[in-house]
Ligand binder design. Sequence first.
Ligand code: FAD
Ligand code: EPU
Length: 344
Amino acid sequence: MKWLSDVSLTPHHTFGLPAHAHAVVEAHSIADLYAIWQHPDYASLPKLVVGEGSNLLFCEDYAGVVVLNRLSGLEVEETPHDYLLHVGAGQSWHQLVAWTIEQGIPGLENLALIPGCVGAAPIQNIGAYGVEFCERCAYVDIVNPRTQETRRLTREACQFGYRDSIFKTDAMTGWVITQVGFRLAKAWQPVLKYGALADLNGEQVSAQTIFDAVCAIRQAKLPDPRECGNAGSFFKNPVVDAQHAQTLQTRYPEMPMYPAGEGKAKLAAGWLIDQCGLKGARQGGARVHPKQALVLTNADHATSEDVVQLAKRVVDEVQARFGVTLHHEVRFMGAQGETTLEAQ
Ligand code: FAD
Ligand code: EPU
């Protein structure tokens, strides 16, 4: 294994902001993870497992070891009704989706072009265009490299919710996702409920057509991190009391609003930010994306402080105008571990 000291994190996260880590190392196997956690020079330092860094904001230099999860592997098994996939956590998510479509294994097409590794998909239960990861998940394999304990969590045990799972709770501190199991039904049904996909003909549509349509929508709306640093939606869509949402919709009849169960409604954070006139707003080198207000970008040599200040302005203006609190989806990292916008 190659250990690198005092490494720039700019190429290891899609925001591309300046930050350093005490050390960076790649893990290609569970044995590598054990060796990293046991290494006498690094055993006492904090560890951060990273896939492609597409949901991360490094608020300062990381005083520990960044472990790049590169666990590979892809096995497919067939039952009369399903394809069962067992995939290494370090595989590229989009390459997995593209490969399944090429092989004639449908089911993941709505989730095309989401950056990141397979191992991160369960953590915030990635979702797009009418499908969430949890609907295709069979199980998640995890290991605690310190104790060398391994476990398989069933889909139910993962406690998936909107951009949420057990992997975001304290119970999972110190655990690393190593493999993900998928169950993709042979009796495929297209999911066309998302607005822009509703125009496709459900009788004739193929998984390839949906895959192509999703890629085209995403390329038109979302900035390519290779050209303009970003981490996708910066905030989650807020879930509020249905009554509050109703009051707002009376005042703003065109406001998008989706039922969220149990007297709750989900609002579109992008719409709320847009209504505050913040599209294109700048703070230093950081900018609210002019085509999608929910995405904050590194438009011109931004620092993490620029992004933090811009995010605070967005939260304050949405709160003042709509009485709605936005919470960040992007994971904030401090010198020793995870932190929050509120703590900055
Ligand atoms: P990282 O950013 O590297 O890590 C994210 C978190 O997971 C960190 O806390 C990290 O420590 C932890 N982690 C990563 N791997 C492991 C592991 N193996 N074991 C334990 N912990 C781990 N998300 C959506 O849900 N839907 C979208 O449509 C979407 N679109 C996006 C579009 C763009 C342009 C971008 C840049 C991002 C988008 N995202 C979207 C967010 C992002 O792609 C996902 O959250 C993705 O799953 C992150 O994968 P990653 O490998 O980059 O994770
Ligand atoms: N809108 C505006 N102005 C904007 C942005 C959005 O008015 O600047 C409106 C849209 O017109 C639409 C509504 O807000 O009526 C929702 O917008 P959109 O369909 O673009 O989706 P989103 O809520 O902004 C969510 C996910 C995305 C996912 C898309 C597609 C969250 C936080 N974001 O975005 O996920 O790709 O839906 O399903 O749930 C991510 O998590 O990083 C991400 C990109």
